[in-house]
Each structure stands twice: as structure tokens, then as C-alpha cells.
Design a protein around this ligand. Structure first.
Ligand code: 13P
Length: 256
């Protein structure tokens, strides 16, 4: 991998596990990770677990991320959580535009864009998710969709800020299905993403970490992470078990 880019491994717990399970998870994970020097590691538990997660991972070099954030600064938005609240808690990364948010909660590109800008404004790093459905892939429109998702979500992101954005390519057909994209398929789209970034940000595109998500696990991580434009992974199911998440982190450490 090009060393101007960081390898990033993120765990997305989605709506799983309990607050009372976080500290035991942290202890287990710390036990299994051999060396995370070359890799940025974060995990994103549900909002209610963020305080205990920040406490449990203090001084470990593992970052705690949020799965979502409000696009608004503050005010009368019942049920929402603001970027300043996350930042105040010690959150460093925030997932934006996950396909589950887009498809189940109708999050539009414009909202994803507002969230990305809000996360940057509050000195955190957005993990911007893009990805096509099976239908889009079958109709040959993957690149068109990815380009439009990227351009919309990055609107107003400056050249100075783009290297703080992590892009996660998550094909919807590979999420939670056990049907991982092959390294060739994933590399093809990640390379395309880098091309779109180059169009928008010239050589800065080479410094942006682009990661893959969709049924990544301890067995397939090595092949995926070996591809030149795949700089890490966003892991759902396999991040729930500390031993398997740690195996992916350890694989990343040896592949960069
Ligand atoms: P799975 O690893 O469970 O397929 O989930 C991927 C994902 O959506 C991570 O954000």
C-alpha cells in the first residue's frame, strides 16, 4: 500500500450488544491485538454505549466512533445527537450515509452532505459510505451511482479537509449477506472512487483512505486488504466478536 495513506479498520456494531458488555469486549480486544501501530482502528457502538466505550478504550490507541449524527448544530430535534455532543465526549470518527440509514430512514444525499460538513466542522473524521444495490450493479450503473453519491456528499468539502475524510465502499448486496465482493470487484470500484476524488481534488486523492465493507471477515480480509486501492475495512458482523475483529486488525497490520 502507498504509505501516504493510513490503513483504517473500523467496526460497526449497528444495533447490537449491550452497554454492560462493552468493557468486557474492550478487555478481550486488547488481549488479542498484537500490534496496531500501522493501522487506525475504531469501533462504532450504538449512541448509548459511547461514554463507556470512550472510558474502556482510553489510552489504548483505539478510537471510538459514532454511527450517525444530526446535520443540525443544536436545538429542538428530539431523538437526535449533535456533532458537538459527540466531540465533547471524545468521539473522533462518525459514520455518515451508511446504506441502512439511506434505505431504511430515507437519508438523502443532501443530508449526508450536511452531516459530513458538520463532522468536519467539529474536528472529527467522517467515514462516508457509498455503495450500489444489486439491481444497480446488474444494470451496469454502479460507477454512475458511486460518482453521484460521492460528488453530492463531498460538496463544499475543501482540499484541506478531504484527507480527513475516510471513504467506505460498501456494496449493499454484500452487507450482512456473507456474499463478499471479490478483491477484484472491490478494487475496481475503490480505484474508480480514487479517480473521482482525483477529478475533484487532484493529487490529494492519493492521500485519502478508501476502505471496503460487506461481509469482511478474518478469512477474506487478507486478500481484500492486499488490493492496491483498498486501504482498510468497515466490518459489521465480524466486529461483534473481539477475537475475529482482532484477527482482521492483525491482518491489516501485516499487510501495510
Ligand atoms: P457486514 O460486515 O455485517 O456485512 O456489515 C458491513 C457493514 O455494513 C459495515 O458498516
Amino acid at each position: 500500500m502507498d504509505h501516504i495513506r493510513k490503513t483504517v479498520i473500523g467496526g460497526n456494531w449497528k444495533m447490537n450488544l449491550l452497554p454492560s458488555e462493552v468493557s468486557a469486549y474492550a478487555e478481550e480486544l486488547k488481549k488479542y491485538i498484537t500490534d496496531s501501530e500501522n493501522t487506525v482502528v475504531f469501533f462504532a457502538p450504538p449512541f448509548v454505549m459511547l461514554p463507556i466505550a470512550v472510558q474502556s478504550f482510553k489510552d489504548t490507541g483505539i478510537f471510538v466512533a459514532a454511527q450517525n449524527v444530526s446535520e443540525h448544530e443544536n436545538g429542538a430535534f428530539t431523538g437526535e445527537v449533535s456533532a458537538s455532543q459527540l466531540r465533547d465526549l471524545g468521539i473522533t470518527h462518525v459514520i455518515a450515509g451508511h446504506s441502512e440509514r439511506r434505505s431504511i430512514y430515507g437519508e438523502a444525499d443532501s443530508a449526508v452532505n450536511a452531516k459530513v460538513l458538520k463532522i468536519l466542522e467539529h474536528s472529527m473524521q467522517p467515514v462516508l459510505c457509498v455503495g450500489e444495490s444489486e439491481e444497480i450493479r446488474d444494470s451496469g450503473k454502479t460507477e454512475e451511482l458511486i460518482a453521484s453519491q460521492l460528488k453530492a456528499a463531498l460538496s463544499g468539502v475543501s482540499e484541506d479537509d478531504i484527507t480527513r475524510v475516510i471513504i467506505a465502499y460498501e456494496p449493499i448486496w454484500a452487507i450482512g449477506t456473507g456474499r463478499t465482493a471479490t478483491a477484484v470487484q472491490a478494487e475496481e470500484v475503490c480505484c474508480f472512487i480514487r479517480g473521482v476524488l482525483a477529478e475533484l481534488y487532484c493529487e490529494k486523492a492519493n492521500a485519502v483512505s478508501i476502505i471496503y465493507g460487506g461481509s469482511m471477515n478474518a478469512d477474506n480480509a487478507s486478500e481484500l486488504l492486499g488490493a492496491p486501492n483498498i486501504d482498510g475495512g468497515l466490518i459489521g458482523g465480524a466486529s461483534l466478536v473481539p477475537e475475529s475483529f482482532a484477527k482482521i486488525i492483525n491482518t491489516a497490520n501485516t499487510s501495510n
